[in-house]
Design a protein around this ligand. Structure first.
Ligand code: PLP
Length: 486
């Protein structure tokens, strides 16, 4: 037997190299190291200079402080174990379940049968209808359940849409920089072309049409077939909440250049400044003002149960809505999602609860409203406190928190820090985040993981972790780091 036959068939050089080249910093080296630290702290003899790891690297609300909304989990408990419905008196009188919890569970069970069964490929019809009703209430324009596709979180929706849009390596997608790395990573996997466009940090990370146009033209001149533009609103990692004029400008540009618009709106309820404007609503307004002009502009907008006050990311629920898509293309999207059978049915039920929560006057409303408001206010307070701390830090600049779950401050590090980073083969922001993790247990993501303007450095932190101690430890570390490398 030759020695090579003793080796595994697969090795790092012969597997799909597109997987190897994909980058996903949110769960990268720093996150892996933070988990090792967490494991070594369990025994109590780690020798580490901190007592807990703070995972500020990922928008995972319930891993941190956020409690699930009671109404949602009570309904889910009945969906998972319908036998409980045979004991309504116990539910009502001993477990404090309200009649609307029982009614909703019965309604959903009548539509899904069992949550252990596959549903229709694009999702349970009644749940799609509930989403369409929500979209109509939200936007003031009709929505059609046949254009809605349930997904396993927004990530799976993005995966579906990019698979459909990208035909080959010349297919280009305009992606904001900085961006949530799902987009660049998915394009690497598909071997398609990312066409980056920079967001405008000086304009609170808004979109700048001249910059988008420049990126588009450069890519087109290089032979790229630019087909779509991604917008994340409210932004990740930037937290920006786009004004209506920016959205109108993007839609107009997309119409002019025949680009599909992918609007990632998973943070639509995490808005502290101004209000959320959906791309769908703005498109419908443009269509009303200019009959016929926007009728072939394709828009796909995505939402999820992972963020907002719901924070149920472990349940993997989400959906996307298509507007103005060719029916033949839509049939292929249906086929694509059917290859994965369907989105998790319990996640689909959570989507229904998110879009159709208890209404005023219903028995669960008061508690739902109290929990929801308290989470919203808590996030806002933490964002403000964190922002205040960043304002005091030497060489750190951070815009006012506007939305989503993140702050993305710019950091100006001394040249000696850049030299030390280069010696370790790291970018200066990676080096900074690594030293911070080792000194404090706080895990952030360096700006390079999202893309940033050349010559600038950032880090992203969520403001989900409770308490202020971890914020104090960042401030202290920062001063020591600056002193060391000054
Ligand atoms: C902008 C954005 N889009 C999509 C996602 C994916 O969310 P999920 O797949 O959990 O719905 C995230 C997660 O952090 C995100 O920040």
């Amino acid at each position: 037997m030759s020695s090579s036959s003793n080796r595994q068939r697969l090795n790092i050089d012969n597997i799909n190299q597109h997987v190897r080249s994909a980058q996903y910093a949110v769960r990268g080296e720093l996150a892996v190291k933070s988990e090792q630290f967490r494991a070594s702290l369990v025994g109590g003899t780690s020798g580490l200079p901190f007592t807990q790891v703070i995972s500020a690297n990922i928008g995972n609300p319930q891993q941190l402080d956020q409690k699930p909304l009671t109404f949602f989990r009570q309904v889910l408990s009945l969906l998972e174990n319908p036998v409980l419905l045979e004991h309504e008196d116990v539910l009502l009188n001993q477990l404090d379940y309200k009649p609307d919890v029982i009614a909703r569970a019965k309604f959903l069970l009548s539509k899904v049968g069992s949550v252990g069964a596959y549903s229709a490929s694009n999702g349970v019809p009644a749940i799609r209808q509930s989403i369409a009703d929500f979209l109509e209430r939200r936007d003031g324009f009709p929505a059609n359940e046949a254009d809605i596709y349930l997904s396993a979180g927004a990530s799976s929706g993005v995966n579906t849409l990019l698979h459909i849009i990208c035909a080959d390596e010349k297919s280009g997608i305009l992606v904001p920089i900085p961006q949530y790395p799902l987009y660049t990573a998915s394009l690497s996997l598909l071997n398609a072309t990312c066409v980056p466009y920079l967001l405008d940090e000086a304009k609170n990370w808004g979109t700048d049409l001249a910059t988008i146009r420049e990126s588009y033209e450069k890519a087109t001149a290089a032979g790229i077939d630019v087909r779509a533009i991604v917008i994340i609103n409210p932004g990740n990692p930037t937290g920006a909440s786009l004004p209506k004029e920016d959205i109108r400008a993007v839609l107009d540009f997309a119409r002019e250049q025949r680009l599909v618009v992918l609007a990632d709106e998973v943070y639509q309820t995490n808005v502290f400044v101004g209000e959320f404007h959906s791309f769908k609503k703005v498109l419908r307004e443009l269509q009303k003002e200019n009959p016929g002009k926007y009728d072939s502009l394709e828009l796909a907008s995505l939402h999820s149960v992972s963020k907002g006050m719901v924070g149920e990311c472990g349940h993997r629920g989400g959906y996307f809505e298509l507007v103005n898509f060719d029916p033949e293309v839509q049939a292929e999207i249906y086929k694509f999602v059917s290859i994965m059978l369907c989105a998790p049915v319990i996640g689909q039920c959570l989507v229904e609860l998110m879009v159709n929560p208890p209404k005023k006057g219903e028995p669960s409303y008061e508690l739902y409203q109290k929990e929801y408001t308290s989470i919203f206010e808590g996030l806002k307070e933490r964002a403000t406190a964190l922002h205040k701390a960043f304002e005091q830090m030497e060489g750190v600049e951070c815009g006012t928190p506007q939305g989503s779950m993140y702050l993305f401050p710019a950091i100006n590090l001394p040249p000696k820090a850049a030299d030390a980073a280069a010696k370790e083969g790291r970018t200066p922001d990676e080096f900074y985040c690594m030293r911070l993790l080792e000194a404090t247990g706080v895990c952030l993501v360096p700006g390079s993981g999202f893309g940033q303007k050349e010559g600038s450095l950032h880090f992203r932190t969520t403001f989900l972790p409770p308490g202020t101690q971890w914020v104090g430890s960042i401030v202290k570390f920062h001063q020591e780091f600056m002193d060391q490398y000054r």
